[in-house]
Design a protein around this ligand. Structure first.
Ligand code: P53
Length: 483
């Protein structure tokens, strides 16, 4: 297996998001977020988004893994693994319970002060996402989420409060998690989590797509304003965007498949194009014009976008995408899901996610060529069922195997291709609630948490085999990937 030492200061660590691990959903003044009204699902059964918190339903994020009360123990374990960085998010509803109060909630601010202090105590850099699928439910219900221009001001207020409060503790920031996920505009779940939009019955695909372009535009403006203000507060801040990057492969070499792959990328990459270049790419301007969507994009907005371009590109990488023009011709592409084909050369996880380590090297090369900016892998990993042995150990060699192959491809991209990479933060470094399914049993962690999908378990933590393996990887700065 290829391996190489990473540059000095490389940020090895792990990633989580507030709503997926903190629990304490209504403690110390926290308000209800969109994640608090999502029930548990499974690989086959989607999560339900209910109208408020209803009796008799299982809402896994309410308790999650109770990180809110156990973070000291958990950060200690991450320090033991040798983490240099820890990515989490700030729950908007801890700071502004309804999302748009004029004054922040001090108890919420205090929690993150303590959490970041705990990280810094061990020399762990906090890497912070401002909006990670946890929009205040009040803004969803009363304002239509980010389809409403007012959300720009509310998000900015939240961002500025966080920047000011943590300016001496946090250097690395990201604005919106996986902002490009909403390219799947007719996926109700992704639209609710990403932009706080609850579609009404009877809306057509075109209505949904139009709403998505509007919401995404306001998010991009809000992000640009935050970048601008953040740099005023502390010029040393590194503020990035965050996308779910998936290199696209044509199923065959036919011209239609190849063009379709390009079109597919264009419909996903424009989010980060706007973040990085401060302007819309031609293809997307032409597309929304052709569709007659005419979102509210003002000349002033266009100036703002130019003034608030990001410092780096953060991305998650889980899988590549393969497309076929069998069901949709390139010029008819709108619903991206119709283009997706099964890649016959790849294996899949128990949740059907294709496993493609070489795709990570492609991702690092594509993004470098496109953006000429430092990159940051802020998520990668394998969701899997784990078995606890009689002695309490978890032999997760499948996870080690997955990570070893991906890290190896990452190291090729850095050592051979010259990619400027800030760090590697695998997802769910401690078991937590899955965003997509709400399950506990879809596990990513190096640290096992004793709790299952039904919510049973004493929440105790233990080290999996991958814990010791990753500790060794970090210690050798990536040179030793052996099992
Ligand atoms: P889960 C969809 C597609 C790719 C990544 O996902 C996604 C999603 C949303 O489910 O989310 C990111 O938990 C996200 C994390 C999430 C992680 O990937 O569905 O940023 O919040 O947990 C893994 O297996």
């Amino acid at each position: 297996m290829y391996s190489a030492k990473m540059p000095k200061g490389f940020l090895w660590g792990g990633a989580v998001a507030a709503h997926q691990l903190e629990g304490a959903w209504n403690v110390d003044g926290k308000g209800m977020s969109v994640a608090d009204v999502m029930t548990v699902g499974s690989a086959e059964r989607p999560r339900e988004i209910t109208d408020g918190v209803l009796p008799g339903k299982n809402y896994p994020n309410h308790e999650a893994i109770d990180f809110y009360h156990r973070y000291k123990e958990d950060i200690k374990l991450m320090a033991e693994m040798g983490f240099k960085a820890f990515r989490t998010s700030i729950a908007w509803t801890r700071i502004f319970p309804k999302g748009n109060e004029s004054e922040p909630n001090e108890a919420g601010l205090k929690f993150y002060d303590d959490l970041f202090d705990e990280c810094l105590k061990y020399g762990i850099e906090p890497v912070v996402t401002l909006s990670h699928f946890e929009i205040p439910f009040h803004l969803v219900k009363e304002y239509g989420g980010f389809t409403n221009r007012k959300l720009i001001d509310y998000f900015l207020r939240f961002a500025v409060v966080c920047f000011k409060r943590y300016q001496n503790k946090v250097k690395y920031w990201m604005t919106f998690n996986e902002i490009d996920n909403q390219s799947a505009f007719n996926n109700d779940f992704l639209m609710a989590t990403n932009s706080g939009i609850l579609f009404k019955d009877g809306m057509t695909d075109s209505d949904k797509e139009a709403a998505m372009y509007q919401a995404a535009h306001y998010e991009l403006v809000a992000s640009a304003l935050a970048v601008k203000e953040g740099h005023k507060i502390n010029p040393n801040f590194q503020i990035g965007c965050m996308i779910n990057y998936s290199p696209v492969r044509p199923l065959t070499p036919s011209s239609d498949d190849v063009l379709l792959a390009d079109k597919f990328e264009q419909r996903r990459d424009w989010f980060s194009d706007v973040h990085v270049f401060g302007e819309y790419p031609k293809e997307v301007e032409a597309y929304i014009e052709r569709k007659g969507y005419r979102p509210d994009i003002t000349d002033e907005d266009r100036v703002v976008l130019k003034e608030g371009t990001v410092d780096y590109v953060g991305f998650s990488y889980y899988q590549s995408t393969t497309v076929s023009s069998e069901n949709v011709k390139p010029d008819e592409l709108s619903d991206l899901a119709k283009a997706v084909a099964v890649n016959p050369t790849l294996e899949r996880s128990d949740w059907g996610w294709e496993i493609d380590p070489a795709g990570l090297r492609l991702a690092l090369n594509h993004l470098t060529d496109r953006y000429h900016l430092p990159l940051f892998i802020v998520e990668n990993g394998l969701g899997a069922y784990d078995k606890v042995a009689a002695d309490g150990s978890v032999h997760d060699d499948y996870r080690i195997d997955y990570l070893e192959k991906h890290i190896s491809e990452m190291e090729k991209a850095v050592a051979i291709d010259g990619v400027d990479l800030m760090g590697y933060l695998p997802w769910g470094c401690i078991d937590l609630v899955s965003a997509g399914t709400g399950q506990m049993d879809k596990r990513y962690g190096f640290i096992y948490v004793n709790k299952n999908d039904a919510g049973e378990g004493d929440l105790s933590r233990s080290k999996k085999d991958s814990f010791y393996w990753y500790q060794k990887v970090i210690k050798s700065n990536g040179a030793d990937l052996s099992k």
